[in-house]
Design a protein around this ligand. Sequence first.
Ligand code: PSU
Ligand code: MN
Length: 304
Amino acid sequence: MKPFPLRISSKVRQAIDTGKPVLALESTVITHGLPYPQNLEYLTDMETEAEKQGVTPATICVLNGQALIGLEQQDIDLLRTKVTGKEEIMKLNLRDLGLALAAKKSGGTTVSATMALAYQAGIRVFATGGIGGVHRGWRDSRDISLDIKALSVIPIIVVCAGCKAILDIGATLEALETEGVPVYGWQTSEFPSFYSRKSGHRVTQINSAQSVVQAFNLMQALKGVHSGMLIANPIPAEAEIPFEEIEPFIQQAITDAKSISGKALTPYLLDHLAKSTEGRSVKANLALLQNNLRLGAELAKEMT
Ligand code: PSU
Ligand code: MN
């Protein structure tokens, strides 16, 4: 079997070859998670911040049928034209990757797709905003993100700010347990809920990068186990939107989303929140992304 084709950027290639820390970043947050132009600002800010933290950033996406690990300037320019709405850009999860390449499509990669591609490239740490999970109303819709499955079969450490409060957080944590995914709270014993530091759900606390990497390596040493690991890093206190404040906006978004399902749901809800909170949710989103990048960088450095 031929290996899945990847195009690794020159900077990422060099870092991998010389054993320097590399941090994977996803791109659905750029194509479908944040509004324009904040999404493009995020892209450049993140790349700069990663370098500042001493890691090589590997933003992962699919452009014109090529799976990219790390972006060159021309890729950033191309992504820019695509997200300004001039061309079609898809939301690609893990199961979409084969056809996306075969049919020469372009798309942002979700957590599941980014994990798969990062693993192919030999990257072991990945920072995102929030993972997908079990949607509220899952009893009827059965909407459970492929991110959960990916975390159970791809050995990568994923740093997130918890799962979005638009989900059923308790059910998401239960699903992660069923799938054998270790979930740890970064210096907290409460699972954060993306915009808020709290959720009312308990997790095991972990306090140092060394403990994370040791625990991860020991899990990998268990024969037959290939699960990833989820590190939940609460949003910085100054950027937080308290649970009680954001909840009514979420309720409204879910009510208005009645006719929306499948892949379109998460982007719809995020967009709804951005509008109803007058940009406050976007600000919080950017703050937690940056915070996760810093922790991801620390873990990537510990890993090497
Ligand atoms: N978190 C954000 N914005 C996003 C997402 C997460 O702040 O856009 C994306 C991630 O890429 C995640 C995906 O993997 O949403 C989950 O989508 P779904 O619920 O359709 O599986
Ligand atoms: Mn879904």
